[in-house]
Design a protein around this ligand. Structure first.
Ligand code: NAD
Length: 365
C-alpha cells in the first residue's frame, strides 16, 4: 500500500528547566498586555508570586478541580471578560490546561459554553491566544487539540483545532513537587499515549518515531522520578516523554486502554493515568504483533512480554490498582458494555467486542 499521511504540529514549544522565567516576555511576544492565568489551588501561591513579577497577569482563576467541569470553564470565562484580558495562560496538570484551552476558545466571543460542549453550536472562529504550562509529566495536553471536560455525569473528550495552544512552555523544574503516586499515574499516562498512538489504526511515521522515543524515556526514567522526585534529570526526561507522548497520539488518537479508562475513572474513581494503566499491559499482550515487537527491540527490550511485565512492575511499585478486586464491587457487564461502546475502542488494532473485553477483565480478577 502507498504511504500517505498528513502531519501537523502547530504549537511553538519552549522546553527547559527555568523556561517558566520567559513567561512575561512570551506573553508580550503574543501581542498581549492583560492575561488570565488559570491554575488550581495547589499552584495559587506560585502564580501569585509570578503576578508580582509579571505586570501582564491581570487576573487569576484558581478553582480548577481534578476531572475539570464545565462550570469551572464558565467561571473562568466570566473572569476573563470582567478583567478584559487578551490572552489565557494555563499553568498546571491536564485538568488545568484543558480548562484554560476551553476558556480561551469561548471567552473572546462570549460563546455559549454548554451549547459548544454539547456540539449544538460550533466553537467561535476566533479565540484568545493561549499558553500551556504543564506542571505534571503525563497528559501532553500542551501539544494536543483535545480538551477533556465533564458536565453532569458526562466526561467528554472534545477534539477541535480551537483547543491547540499557541505556545507550550515546558519547564521540568515545575514537576519536582509532584508526589510519587501522581508521578507514576501521569508517567504511565504518557506511556499509554505513546503506545496507543503507535498501535492506533491511524498511526503514521512521524508519530511512530515520537512514540518509540517516549516509551524509551518512560522505561528509563519513571522509576527514578517516582523514587526520587528531586532528580531533575529524570524529571526532564519525563517531561520530554510526556511532550512526545502528546505528539504521538495527537493525530492518531488513543485506543483500547483509553476507551476502558473512562468507565474506570467515572465509576471506580481512578485518576486518569491509573485508569489507563489498569489495562495497558493487557493491551500490550493483546496487540502484540511484529510492529510492536520492533518498538520493543528499539527500546532495548526482548519483546512484547517484557514490555507488559515492565508496565506491570511499575504499577506494582507504586501500589496502583491492578485487579478487579482492587476496585471493590464491580459491575462487569456495565464496565464491558461502556468500554466496548467508547469510540476509541474502534481505534484498537485488534477488534475488541464485548466477549473479548470480558475475557480481558476476567483475567484481571
Ligand atoms: P491533574 O491536572 O488533575 O492534577 C492531579 C493532581 O496533581 C492535582 O491535585 C494537582 O493539584 C496536582 N499537581 C499538579 N501539578 C503539581 C505539581 N507540580 N506539584 C504537586 N502537585 C501537582 O492531573 P493530570 O494527570 O495532569 O491531568 C488529568 C486530566 O487531563 C484528566 O481530566 C484527563 O482526562 C486529562 N487529559 C487530557 C489530555 C489532553 O490531551 N487534553 C490528555 C490526557 C489526559
Amino acid at each position: 500500500m502507498a504511504l500517505e499521511f498528513l502531519y501537523r504540529q502547530p504549537v511553538k514549544i519552549r522546553f527547559g528547566s527555568g523556561s517558566i522565567n520567559s513567561l512575561g516576555e512570551e506573553i508580550k511576544a503574543l501581542g498581549a498586555s492583560r492575561c488570565l492565568v488559570v491554575c488550581d489551588r495547589f499552584l495559587r501561591s506560585t502564580v501569585d508570586a509570578m503576578q508580582r513579577e509579571i505586570p501582564e497577569i491581570a487576573a487569576v482563576f484558581s478553582d480548577v478541580e481534578e476531572n475539570p467541569r464545565l462550570s469551572g470553564v464558565i467561571a473562568a470565562a466570566e473572569l476573563a471578560r470582567e478583567a478584559q484580558v487578551d490572552a489565557i495562560v494555563g499553568i498546571g496538570g491536564g485538568s488545568t490546561m484543558d480548562t484554560a484551552k476551553f476558556t480561551a476558545a469561548i471567552a473572546r466571543e462570549n460563546a455559549d459554553a454548554l451549547a459548544c460542549f454539547k456540539g449544538e453550536t460550533p466553537f467561535p472562529q476566533t479565540r484568545f491566544p493561549m499558553i500551556a504550562v504543564p506542571t505534571t509529566a503525563g497528559t501532553g495536553s500542551e501539544v494536543t487539540q483535545v480538551s477533556v471536560i465533564s458536565h453532569g455525569a458526562e466526561k467528554k473528550t472534545i477534539n477541535n483545532s480551537v483547543f491547540m495552544p499557541t505556545l507550550a512552555i515546558v519547564d521540568p523544574a515545575l514537576t519536582v513537587t509532584v508526589p510519587p503516586r501522581t508521578t507514576m499515574n501521569t508517567g504511565l499516562d504518557a506511556m499509554a499515549h505513546a503506545l496507543e498512538g503507535y498501535w492506533s489504526r491511524n498511526h503514521q511515521p512521524i508519530s511512530d518515531l515520537t512514540a518509540i522515543e517516549a516509551v524509551r524515556l518512560v522505561l528509563e526514567n519513571l522509576e527514578t522520578a517516582y523514587l526520587d522526585g528531586s532528580n531533575l534529570a529524570a524529571r526532564e526526561n519525563m517531561s520530554l516523554a510526556a511532550l512526545l507522548g502528546g505528539m504521538s497520539f495527537a493525530l492518531p488518537k488513543t485506543a483500547g486502554s483509553h476507551a476502558c479508562s473512562y468507565p474506570l475513572s467515572e465509576h471506580y474513581h481512578l485518576p486518569h493515568g491509573e485508569a489507563c494503566a489498569f489495562t495497558l499491559d493487557s493491551f500490550v499482550r493483546i496487540n502484540a504483533d511484529e510492529r510492536l515487537t520492533l518498538l520493543c527491540r528499539r527500546v532495548g527490550l526482548s519483546g512484547t512480554d517484557e514490555l507488559a511485565d515492565r508496565i506491570k512492575a511499575l504499577k506494582k511499585l507504586a501500589g496502583l490498582k491492578m485487579t478487579l478486586s482492587d476496585l471493590g464491587e464491580v459491575d462487569l457487564d456495565a464496565l464491558v458494555k461502556e468500554a466496548a461502546a467508547h469510540p476509541l475502542m474502534g481505534n484498537n488494532p485488534v477488534a475488541m467486542d464485548e466477549d473479548a473485553l470480558r475475557a480481558m477483565f476476567e483475567a484481571l480478577r
